[in-house]
Design a protein around this ligand. Structure first.
Ligand SMILES: [Zn+2]
Length: 206
């Protein structure tokens, strides 16, 4: 694997991740996981909602890995739920950053709505960290969201895609924009040696 820059994640994003994890896992689950991945300083002490650097991407990846390890086979589902909660936190707390404040999507076709929210997600990440490279891929039959600087899998190796939290956030974003639930699949992952993590928007569930 090519060595990747280990960029810093800002306080507000770490706060978002911890709040979402707490919602899904409860205090005991979260505190146990924080102890196992060397982030015990955040127990009962979330970072403030500001733009100061907080933790490195590789530490955020370890947090994700620790959640998966703690829940075993249920870990993937838990991470997806945390990703969904994280997007909902964004809607509540960062509507302006996501570009959704006062926006009415109802008149747009469904595909345009999906593109709108996924572009909003990419732009919000880029605003929080200029090193982020994220974009929409419209070259295939299906729309996909790509990030080549994904922090979730930083410094990790796997034969399968592992960015389950990201899958949850993308699927919740699409559901927010369309009112329908879509299948979202991680087709490529940096942890597998791919050039980027790629999340493909599949069929709507009935
Ligand atoms: Zn990834």
């Amino acid at each position: 694997m090519v060595a990747r820059a280990d960029s810093m994640i800002i306080n507000s994003l770490v706060r978002q991740a911890l709040t979402s994890a707490q919602e899904v896992m409860g205090d005991n689950g979260l505190n146990t996981v924080l102890r196992t991945c060397g982030l015990e300083r955040f127990i009962d002490s979330f970072p403030p909602n500001d733009l100061q650097p907080s933790i490195q991407a590789s530490q955020y990846a370890k947090f994700n890995e620790a959640i998966e390890a703690f829940y075993g086979r249920g870990g993937k589902g838990i991470l997806r739920r945390i990703g969904k909660a994280s997007f909902q936190y964004g809607v509540r707390e960062q509507a302006a950053l996501l570009g959704i404040a006062g926006v009415a999507l109802k008149l747009l076709p469904e595909k345009q709505r999906i593109k709108f929210i996924l572009n909003g997600l990419a732009d919000a990440l880029k605003k929080s960290n200029p090193a982020v490279q994220a974009w929409l891929d419209e070259t295939g039959d299906r729309l996909a969201y790509i990030e080549s600087t994904c922090a979730i899998c930083h410094s990790r190796e796997s034969d399968k895609p592992i960015c389950h939290l990201y899958v949850g956030s993308v699927s919740e974003a699409v559901q927010w924009a369309t009112g329908r639930e879509f299948e979202v699949t991680e087709t490529h992952c940096l942890a597998k040696g791919d050039e980027y993590c790629r999340f493909e928007i599949g069929e709507a569930r009935a």
